[in-house]
Design a protein around this ligand. Structure first.
Ligand code: EPZ
Length: 420
């Protein structure tokens, strides 16, 4: 497991180009299962999660050719219906093959992906929606056995939670169903809109993504298509925070400003200077950042995937902040590590009370999950002295070429490859 050795107090300035969205790429890859032939995705980030998803697709008989940031998925030889248990457990998003496989083959036995560091991550909403479409589902021995006797039938579905994954799985199952599906309380994330756009390029009839009601008129067949992935709003937000935490000046390019509007609003509330121009966002900051309260919510609320990084910023704010995590039940694992760096944080249930300190101290810290790793990376850039950050493999799941991007901004860091 590699580690970063990071010199603190480096003011970052310059420009950084955001890659394609990990959380759009993963459902788009699964959607390729629905169409015959070669689906070409461009702007796909080279991340561990993407490589894992490509491996999952390959175990299903799909060919995956990934060159630079272009991924060609050839499903003409898709036959297998066997899954590699270990592979499926490695990444929650592997469950996104459920909807497409049901639409295409009418049955699938999926190892349940299980939980991860940030929560148990059940699939009850996925199951609820698929059952309404006529799927019979049994969960036993750690497997989810799903089967359709005849055809998937369109239905009126109400989600109890605007679950991103459940919305995506239901959309991908419904596009080849008989009749119309109306999905209420759907997730509204930009990644859902990106999925709708690819499905419609394939010949599907999906409307309403980005709102709470998505309407899908089933069709007979889908054709493979080409699609460019939207920019990664969480990577962009992470870079925006780096500018504020290092008193720097960073131009973040390849951003959809609307997708990062909750992050812009919070940064402005704390005193940062933000200017948007087309597909770039410039972030400048000098002096103390004022404490702000933060509550994570489904889009367009403040994104849970930016909570750890923003909490790291608040550890050095002027005043006390309350950070409330409403999406995941265990997403404060970065707190003990930030405390080792001198942060003053008290966690009470879903809330963390953060008393700002003048600065953080370098320390030995460890990433526990992807976004906790990103939070500690930012904290190390801002802290006094040096920091050793263990388990960089978590960060590799969601950030491409991080060292190169940050060295270009003036960071002093190196990656120590630890022999296995
Ligand atoms: C997606 O996960 C993202 N991953 C997550 O990003 C993100 O944090 C999350 O959405 C919320 O925005 C991908 O898109 C690959 P959910 P997903 O279903 O779809 C509960 C990152 O760092 N829930 O919207 O799994 C669930 O336990 C990752 O890039 C149920 O109770 O999230 C959670 O508490 C982390 N039953 C909440 O809803 C269900 O059937 C939101 O989950 C489904 C979900």
């Amino acid at each position: 497991m590699d580690r970063y050795v990071i010199t603190g107090k480096q003011r970052l300035e310059g420009r950084v180009v955001t890659g394609g969205a990990k959380n759009a790429s993963l459902p788009l890859m699964a959607a390729a299962i629905l169409a015959e032939g070669k689906t070409v995705l461009t702007g796909v980030p080279r991340l561990t999660d993407i490589f894992n998803m490509a491996e999952v697709m390959k175990t299903l008989g799909c060919k995956a050719d990934f060159r630079n940031n272009e991924l060609v998925l050839d499903t003409s030889s898709l036959t297998e219906n066997t899954f590699d248990q270990e592979l499926m457990r490695r990444m929650r998003a592997s469950n996104l093959v459920l909807g497409p496989m049901l639409a295409k083959y009418g049955q699938v036995n999926l190892p349940s992906p299980g939980g991860c560091a940030i929560g148990t991550r059940p699939m009850d909403q996925h199951i609820k929606g698929l059952k309404e479409l006529g799927v019979k589902i049994k969960v036993k021995h750690g497997y989810l056995e799903a089967k359709v006797d005849k055809k998937l039938m369109g239905a009126e579905i109400y989600l109890d939670i605007p679950s991103v994954g459940a919305t995506e799985n239901i959309m991908m199952a419904a596009v080849l169903a008989e009749g119309t599906t109306v999905l209420h309380n759907a997730a509204r994330e930009p990644e859902i809109v990106d999925l709708q756009n690819l499905l419609n390029k394939m010949g599907a009839k999906v409307r309403g993504a980005g709102t709470h009601v998505i309407r899908i008129d089933g069709v007979k067949k889908l054709q493979s298509a080409e699609h460019t992935v939207i920019p990664d709003r969480i990577e962009a937000g992470t870079h925006m925070l780096a500018a504020v935490m290092t008193q720097g000046d960073i131009l973040v390019e390849n951003v959809v400003p609307e997708h990062v509007s909750p992050i812009i609003a919070k940064l402005r509330q704390g005193g940062a200077t933000i200017t948007t121009n087309g597909d770039s966002v410039r972030v400048q900051h000098k002096g103390k950042f004022k404490a702000v309260d933060l509550k994570t919510l489904a889009y367009p609320g403040f994104p849970t995937d930016m909570q750890p990084q923003f909490l790291a910023l608040l550890t050095m704010a002027e005043g006390t902040s309350i950070v409330t995590e409403t999406i995941f039940e265990n997403r404060f694992q970065h707190v003990p590590e930030l405390t080792r760096m001198g942060a003053k944080i008290r966690v009470e249930g879903r809330a963390a009370i953060v008393c700002g300190v003048p600065t953080l101290e370098g320390a030995f810290v460890q990433a526990t999950d992807l976004r906790a790793g990103a939070a500690l990376f930012l904290a190390a850039l801002a802290a006094e002295e040096g920091t050793v950050l263990e388990r960089v493999d978590y960060i590799d799941r969601g950030y491409e070429n991080l060292e190169e991007k940050y060295r270009a901004l003036g960071a002093k860091l190196q990656r120590v490859v630890k022999q296995a």
